[in-house]
Design a protein around this ligand. Structure first.
Ligand SMILES: *[C@@H]1O[C@H](CO)[C@@H](O)[C@H](O)[C@H]1NC(C)=O
Ligand SMILES: *[C@@H]1O[C@H](CO)[C@@H](O)[C@H](O)[C@H]1NC(C)=O
Ligand SMILES: *[C@@H]1O[C@H](CO)[C@@H](O)[C@H](O)[C@H]1NC(C)=O
Length: 443
């Protein structure tokens, strides 16, 4: 891992104290069954093959193949669930994408279960794409997801757990009346996807957003339902912006205006503001804006102009896309997941047999200024800290390299402290046998 330390000062001498905590790779178990009839739970210890020194072990990732968007994250009866877009057949995006399913008791150690949703009916035979979970009264989690139907159009479908007494919710049953939403008039068949977690407005009706586009205007359609099964589209979108193209994976959630405590998605009172996030297909970035949700009109009024471009706020300025939050009732926090691709070439993905990770889950809340969000890796991440490495009194000459030995790429720096004056244009801190990692935090 080579970090470029740069600054604008020019005098030659410096002293440096390097302090790093190494994260220890976490174990996981997995199962692999989608196209077979036998969806049974299997266990398999995952370890980085010797010929893959760059395989990450602390980010969420299945043992092999392609992954993308996080789907339906939730906390339910003591268990964290993460579903995600997965190609069970290989390391590239596929034409039969499914919902893989993993569970955890601590957001760190994950158990891979059998796949939750696989193409099976005319309403999703060509893929089960992204969506969300809503926990209905009576502790009933419902999945709303996008199916690519037999004619290739994007429709929204429902699925429910087969056995609500099973805390792992291993088996899911698709609603016999699927699809529950089809592309509205004037919306192209392939511009209608990624339903959000639904929320219940004070009138008792459920609302859900679906991402889309009409002409080049990106938008979040609103649907209403009393029973979660029959959905009616409102005439106007919740919010739309000209010239932004397709809005993928919209997310809408309230944040407390006072403090870091997260709130459930239906909470609506003077103590909260709303966040609207869209993932812009055109530039593969997630943008958000703070504003006010009006439950009578079902419109969102942003506090500041929102353009869907570099003038807007982003959660993250690195590889970070298709993010989704959930309310964690165990710790009263809102947690953010996102997909990060490693930007490898297609050939590299084929050679290594996998592509994509989920970011480290982060708690997210409103800054004191009320003008932007603040995030921090969930506190559970600290349980991965292992050996601390300290390097004292090391002189960093201009363009020099400092090697931190004894670290492999399946570990990483979780924090790096440079104390002392750096009077160079730059120096290199080189980690033995590893490569750049976007999650480095320098403090
Ligand atoms: C439902 O799950 C519970 C808890 O795992 C189990 O005891 C019960 O047998 C399951 N019921 C069915 C019908 O599978
Ligand atoms: C903000 O939170 C603090 C601590 O919980 C509380 O004492 C105070 O009344 C809150 N202020 C508002 C405006 O809600
Ligand atoms: C994934 O990486 C490739 C290569 O850098 C990039 O072109 C693409 O936009 C990335 N996709 C996302 C969603 O970040």
């Amino acid at each position: 891992m080579a970090f470029l330390v740069s600054n604008t000062m020019t005098s030659p001498a410096l002293m440096v104290l390097l302090c790093c905590f190494l994260l220890i790779a976490n174990g996981a178990h997995q199962s692999e069954a989608c196209y077979g009839t036998n969806q049974k739970l299997q266990s398999l210890q995952v370890s980085a093959p010797a010929n893959q020194p760059y395989l990450t072990s602390y980010h969420f990732r299945p043992p092999q193949n392609w992954i993308n968007d996080p789907n339906g994250p939730m906390y339910y009866k003591g268990v964290y669930h993460l579903f995600y877009q997965y190609n069970p057949l290989g390391p590239l995006f596929g034409d039969k994408m499914i919902w893989a399913h993993s569970v955890s008791y601590d957001l760190i150690n994950w158990i891979h279960l059998s796949h939750a949703l696989c193409p099976s009916g005319p309403y999703d035979i060509n893929s089960c794409w992204s969506g969300s979970v809503t926990i209905l009264p009576g502790d009933k989690p419902f999945i709303l997801y996008t199916g690519i139907d037999a004619s290739g159009q994007q429709v929204q479908n429902l699925a429910m757990p087969e056995n609500l007494s099973d805390p792992l919710l291993k088996d899911w049953v698709k609603f016999s009346g699927n699809p529950v939403m089809t592309p509205p008039n004037g919306v192209k068949d392939d511009m209608f996807r990624d339903p959000t977690t639904a929320w219940q407005a004070p009138d008792g009706r459920w609302r859900v957003l679906v991402g889309g586009q009409i002409d080049n205007e990106g938008m979040a359609f609103v649907y209403w339902s009393w029973d979660f099964i029959h959905w009616t589209k409102l005439d106007h979108p919740l919010y739309s912006v000209q010239e932004t193209g397709m809005w993928e994976c919209p997310d809408i959630f309230p944040v407390s205006i006072n403090g870091t405590i997260g709130v459930d998605t239906s909470v609506l009172n003077p103590g909260v503001k709303h966040v609207l996030k869209t993932s812009l297909f055109s530039d593969k970035h997630d943008y958000y804006v703070l504003g006010t949700y009006d439950p009578q009109m079902d419109i969102f009024s942003p506090d500041t102009d929102f353009h869907g471009n570099s003038n807007d706020l982003r959660y993250d300025y690195g590889k970070f896309y298709a993010s989704k939050t959930f309310f964690d009732s165990a710790k009263n926090r809102r947690v953010l997941w996102a997909w990060a691709n490693e930007s490898d070439s297609t050939q590299d993905d084929i050679d290594k047999g996998w592509s994509g990770v989920q970011t480290v889950p982060r708690a997210i809340w409103l800054d004191k200024s009320g003008k932007q969000l603040v995030q921090w890796p969930v506190e559970e991440i600290e349980t991965l800290r292992g050996k601390q490495v300290s390097i004292h009194d090391k002189e960093l000459g201009s363009g020099s390299i400092v090697e931190v030995s004894g670290i492999t790429a399946s570990q990483r720096l979780s924090s790096l402290t440079l104390l002392g004056l750096i009077h160079n244009n730059y120096a290199m801190i080189k980690m033995h046998q590893s490569k750049a990692d976007s999650d480095l935090s320098v403090c």
